[in-house]
Design a protein around this ligand. Structure first.
Ligand SMILES: C[S@@+](CC[C@H](N)C(=O)[O-])C[C@H]1O[C@@H](n2cnc3c(N)ncnc32)[C@H](O)[C@@H]1O
Length: 275
């Protein structure tokens, strides 16, 4: 190992990332912690994790970089595509009517990582009709996309991906909504302009006051302990309109205490039925 990294150092980093982001990094994840933070230790020209831990005690900027390095940002376009299929078949038709009748539609991609999730949703909504996107450009449709990591949000806003990443967009949508060049692939402005990216820690206060018609909160709760999951799910339920949809990740479950507020309408897909 290039840097000294003791079990006590691991414990200190675990407590730090749990306090900052609710993320569990038990002893079995020591290798992962080392691999993700070693570049930060090197960058700061330190020789041990103990020195790095001392550094993040006072250096707010470095704390942010440490949390960014420790989070898992894995995502892809049309990941768990059954959620998009369900949304388009069962939810979107009524929302579309509401928008065309000058109503408001709000969707939240919570823990959006590098943006593939909200962009996939918009591509699915607009389909292969660019005229539809132009019509919706004049309606009150917004997708709020949030994440804890500032670095990943910068990538999401840039909306530039490798050719390989863009490959998981269905071909008919890709040819319309993604511009390819020799440096990669870029999402079309008509899609990008519907998304507002913001930094938000799911464990802290939420500034949003209006209810959402759908929330995608996928593949982030797996990193949290049971009390944190339950608290988060209660808040997500509070933030949804009655009739609104909550989509969660494939290995995530609803806590028993909030299950009665939802009806399960598909795989990891829940409709809010009671306030
Ligand atoms: C594995 S990605 C999931 C991305 C996307 N939702 C999907 O399913 O493909 C998890 C994301 O959760 C974010 N995250 C972790 N802890 C968070 C927290 N406390 N608040 C907000 N976002 C958090 C990470 O930065 C990361 O981008």
């Amino acid at each position: 190992m290039e840097f000294v990294f003791t079990p006590e150092d691991h414990k200190a980093i675990s407590s730090f990332v749990y306090a900052e982001a609710g993320i569990l990094m038990p002893a079995g994840k020591a290798q992962l912690v080392y691999g993700r933070l070693a570049p930060r230790v090197r960058e700061n020209k330190l020789t041990s994790f103990a020195d790095y831990i001392a550094l993040i005690e006072d250096d707010q900027e470095e704390r942010t970089l440490a949390v960014d390095a420790l989070t898992t940002n894995h995502t892809s376009f049309f990941r768990e595509s059954h959620h998009f299929d369900h949304f388009i078949a069962e939810v979107w038709p009524a929302l579309e009517q509401r928008l065309l009748g000058r109503g408001r539609v709000r969707i939240w991609s919570a823990a959006c990582s590098s943006g593939e999730e909200p962009y996939s949703l918009l591509m699915a909504m607009f389909g292969t009709d660019r005229g539809a996107a132009q019509r919706f450009a004049r309606t009150d449709l917004r997708i709020l996309a949030t994440d804890l990591s500032t670095e990943i949000l910068a990538a999401a806003k840039a909306a530039r991906y490798s050719q390989e990443t863009a490959q998981s967009i269905p071909a008919a949508l890709r040819s319309l909504w993604v511009k390819r060049d020799d440096r990669g692939a870029e999402v079309h402005p008509l899609i990008r302009e519907r998304v507002a990216f913001r930094r938000l820690n799911l464990l802290e206060g939420w500034p949003m006051s209006h209810p959402f018609d759908a929330i995608f909160c996928r593949n982030v709760m797996i990193y949290f302990d049971e009390p944190t999951k339950e608290r988060l799910q209660t808040r997500l339920a509070d933030q949804l309109a009655v009739g609104g949809m909550l989509y969660i990740g494939h290995s995530e479950r609803l806590a028993a205490s909030i299950a009665s507020r939802f009806e399960c309408v598909g795989r990891t897909s829940f409709r809010k039925v009671a306030a």
